[in-house]
Ligand binder design. Structure first.
Ligand SMILES: [Zn+2]
Length: 331
């Protein structure tokens, strides 16, 4: 597979698997049924992880998990091939729990929230939406936040900012950085190429519109790139959504990229599998390959929204594809 010849697995067909997705409620019930002895209380599982990138403080914060249909991992793939991959990865065949990570960065006297979890935007995903409560548990006062960076405006990335009581606690001079192409997209979003469970497109449209309305006066849009604070640069990639962006951190020779939804777990081994949330799947695959190649070459750290918490890892090249190399847990 090469970047220039990246093609759908079955050219001419955007989706190999035409089976409709089950509802998100079904997914949540299926996952809950696996925990026959009950599940740990929320605060007994790790929910934040701190690290340093040179002089920049970084905190990965878990919003919880999303229970979603496994087919969303690669909707352009033969279901038998996808099932075999899930089996190889010791993952259940039908419903997966996707991590939902956000990040807090401190640099040059600024406190920057990168993405915000899902908030209360989709009640059938009750195990997510914990972002505000976990910031509070980490002693991060919303009134101290100077900037918010959104990788994109899907509800699992901006919904936390719409949760009850959050906006009131943020400063009136807060700056919310998002690519101009993203803000424009959500005025009239195109869902013709996605593959999502029932109810998702409507909820995403509703959340995107509401976010633009409520944070209109705080929005600071950028075209391709913007330096939010020393060593903290947001860069538009497009693909997943037209204004999807990644955040590059660099300080004292250390580097880390927060990739948002440019990389999913399956994307290392199968970067050409289309994720159901991608609005332009071909471009999303090109973005993924380009980014993974760059991260493999310069050996920097990667954190991504839907990789297992805390998701700090490296990328290795493996022929034409990639390997995920988990980082050590630092004590
Ligand atoms: Zn996402």
């Amino acid at each position: 597979m090469s970047l220039d010849t990246l093609q759908p697995v079955r050219p001419g067909h955007t989706s190999w698997d035409n089976t409709p997705h089950p509802s998100v409620k079904y997914c949540a019930d299926t996952v809950n049924a696996r925990y026959i002895h009950g599940r740990p209380e929320h605060e007994l599982v790790p929910s934040r992880y701190a690290l340093k990138v040179g002089a920049i403080d970084v905190l990965v914060v878990s919003d919880g998990v999303l229970s979603l249909p496994g087919a969303m991992l690669g909707h352009n793939v033969d279901p038998a091939v996808r099932a075999a991959w899930l089996e190889d990865m010791f993952l259940p065949p039908d419903v997966l729990e996707w991590a939902l990570n956000a990040v807090v960065v401190r640099s040059g006297g600024r406190t920057i929230l990168i993405d915000a979890g899902i908030g209360g935007e989709f009640p059938d995903l009750p195990r997510a939406g914990l972002w505000a409560q976990r910031l509070e548990a980490a002693d991060i006062d919303l009134a101290s936040v100077t900037d918010v960076v959104l990788t994109h405006m899907h509800m699992d990335h901006c919904g936390g900012l719409l949760a009850d009581g959050v906006k009131e606690r943020l400063r009136p001079d807060l700056r919310v950085h998002v690519a101009a192409a993203e803000a424009e997209f959500w005025e009239s979003p195109d869902f013709s190429r996605v593959s999502m469970p029932p109810g998702f497109p409507d909820a995403l449209r509703r959340t995107g519109k509401r976010f633009l309305k409520e944070y209109h006066s705080q929005l600071r849009t950028f075209e391709n790139e913007y330096e939010v604070a020393p060593g903290v640069v947001v860069q538009r990639t497009g693909g997943h959504t037209p204004g999807h962006s990644v955040v590059r951190l660099a300080s004292g020779g250390d580097r880390l990229t927060f990739a948002g939804d440019a990389v999913f777990q399956v994307g290392f081994e199968h970067p050409d599998w289309y994720n159901g949330f991608e609005h332009d799947p071909e471009e999303a695959a090109r973005v993924r390959v380009r980014l993974l190649r760059e991260l493999a070459a310069n050996r920097e750290s990667l954190v991504a929204t839907h990789l297992s918490f805390p998701s700090v890892c490296h990328v290795a090249a493996d022929g034409d594809v990639f390997r995920w190399v988990p980082g050590p847990w630092e004590y």
